[in-house]
Ligand binder design. Structure first.
Ligand SMILES: [Zn+2]
Length: 189
């Protein structure tokens, strides 16, 4: 879950952990269709799927963009992981009932090793693109990269803490080795 930095103050209650728990049923509610192009050697441990509502062509084209953006990072170190594209018209309907910030274009669900990415990060979606630009002040390409690094921060460390995810995102941006906050792990388990 991406959050703007001003909103990152209430750490102790782990709101994102609760929110992500609430998203347990997301996959069950979204009939998934398998992606057809999982050929990149770097990404062999990664599964790519599109939610219902995608045509095969849209799914293929948008996944190519996602894979290209992911390939910059050591995603193979994640082990088995799923990346799920969700159409923008369906996005808010998933986030809002779960108390997630509708302006966030990505979130990770750790127990099932899944990261959900909104279509607007990989394809022009006029109205939504404008909303995201106003909120994040980043181009689509930059926001996709930012979102991927941030979600990888959660995924690599199995840590719902937003500040910790941003810290790992920065390490990834700087091409440094990923380290996790051991205290956060101890608290959670
Ligand atoms: Zn997050």
């Amino acid at each position: 879950m991406l959050q703007v930095s001003q909103a990152q103050s209430n750490d102790g209650k782990k709101p994102s952990a609760v929110s992500d728990q609430q998203s347990t049923s997301t996959v069950a509610r979204l009939p998934l269709q398998p992606a057809h192009d999982v050929t990149n050697q770097l990404l062999t441990t990664q599964q790519f799927v599109c939610s219902s509502g995608y045509t095969q062509k849209q799914c293929h084209e948008q996944l190519m963009i996602l894979k290209k953006a992911l390939a910059v990072y050591p995603v193979q170190n994640l082990g088995r992981w799923s990346w799920i594209l969700v159409r923008s018209p369906d996005w808010k309907g998933i986030l809002v009932p779960r108390g997630l910030d509708e302006d966030s274009p990505a979130f990770t669900f750790y127990p099932k090793r899944e990261t959900f990415i909104e279509e607007a990060l990989v394809s022009p979606v006029p109205v939504r693109e404008r909303e995201l630009l106003v909120k994040w002040s980043m181009s689509r390409t930059s926001l996709l990269d930012f979102a991927i690094r941030h979600e990888l921060g959660h995924a690599f460390c199995n840590d719902p803490n937003e500040q910790h995810a941003d810290r790992v995102a920065k390490l990834l941006e700087q091409k440094k080795a990923v380290t996790c906050e051991t205290t956060a792990r101890a608290e959670r388990r």
